[in-house]
Design a protein around this ligand. Sequence first.
Ligand code: NAI
Ligand code: MG
Length: 479
Amino acid sequence: MLEKREFYINGQWVAPSVPNDFEVIDPSTEEPCAVISLGGEADTNAAVAAARAALPGWMKMPVAERIGYVAKLLDVYVARAEDLAQAISAEMGAPIDMARSQQFGAGAFHLKNFIRAAEAFEFEGPLSERDQNTQIIHEAVGVAALITPWNWPMNQITLKVGAAAVAGCTMVLKPSEQSPLNAMVFAEMMDEAGFPDGVFNLVNGDGPGVGSQLSAHPDVDMVSFTGSTQAGRLISINAADTIKRVHLELGGKGANLIFADADEKAVKRGVLHMMNNTGQSCNAPSRMLVQRPIYDQAVETAREVAEKVTVGSAHDEGRHIGPVVNEVQWTKIQDLIQKGIDEGATLVTGGTGRPDGLNKGYFVKPTVFADVTNDMTIAREEIFGPVLSILPFDTEEEAIGIANDTPYGLTNYVQSTDNDRRRRLARQLRSGMVEMNGESRGAGAPFGGMKQSGNGREGGAWGIEDFLEVKAVSGWAAE
Ligand code: NAI
Ligand code: MG
């Protein structure tokens, strides 16, 4: 078995201060694929101290040089694509071809965008054309703790590390203990890219351990977190004593509003988007709201599309979906599917239990519920599995009401060929992102949520800003 017990601190791979083995489980087989260590207080302190010591030099470095390190990182990242894909596939269950394309690709995309955004970013300038005597300086927040989840691991790590690096922050990354192996490959890349010692550090650990220690640490200036709303809440509480800046990218319960005038692929697109990554995406369009005249047809289409989604081992090539990440998630999803049935939703396809022919591994049946009402548990809770809920609506106002009636506000979706309607809806949906007619956001667009979906924005210039302080200096002009 792969032994990966060490942490990356101050430019060295070091043993944990106290041995604390943790097995990484391959969800396709339920067997361990590696052993790592969970860190403790002494490891957290060593990593934070290294980041603190590296901060002055890294902040002082001209931004063009920091961008140069990120450009080198991008080269190394691309060169090690296969190592990343294999690690992600084994530890969190993304099918290998999908890991090679989407999971790996997301990271390369973000690093590229940060390089471009940082080159264009105005780190310093006068307050206004009229007031040249007041200078506005953007400088690094300081030592950043980066706490990341398992579902899109490289997406999350590059969104945080890329932005923090160009901004001039030094870092301690604590990846999810469910998917630490890709993060360790990433640490090797940071080493190979030649980042100065201490700029980037990695300590493995769990939420109650290293996660909480970082959140409360007096020498950590900010926490950037992606994961569950519950962990985000605990991090905020732990960070309150030291008034840390806390940026949170949390869960979602996206509504996908499909109007009678939508293009004919809209329903299929919505179902496939929901099933992608086995439903384990914070921005999944998990509530499909369908206008009454096309409702019955949409339910039938959703059934056909979902029944064509195949499920299989992450180690097999091809376009199937893999298992969910672990037993805890599998059980949670089973319970939620059962709740959907018990609360009276119509089970269109799928249901509880493993798909036929799969006796081992955390596999879930692609599941579609219809006639869901927005007060049912499956419409309120983030399921994080391949489970779609379909709800009918009559009017635009009713659809907006249902869409916004959720504690979350990450991404909503609109499918309509009516331009005026789409623009009206874009302004009324309470979410950080509104995706229309299946078009993806442009490179460098901000990613983040409102309400209990969080409070920061990642990616591009907005992502860099999250890691910057703003300083106003008077008396700047020459005497
Ligand atoms: P989680 O939020 O517990 O884990 C994410 C990261 O936070 C991991 O690195 C974990 O070690 C860390 N963490 C957990 N508790 C912490 C604490 N008190 N202080 C500091 N760090 C802490 O997510 P989990 O348990 O793996 O998944 C549970 C649910 O969370 C999922 O079903 C899904 O609904 C949601 N989730 C949302 C994600 C998103 O992208 N927004 C990603 C992962 C999970
Ligand atoms: Mg695992």
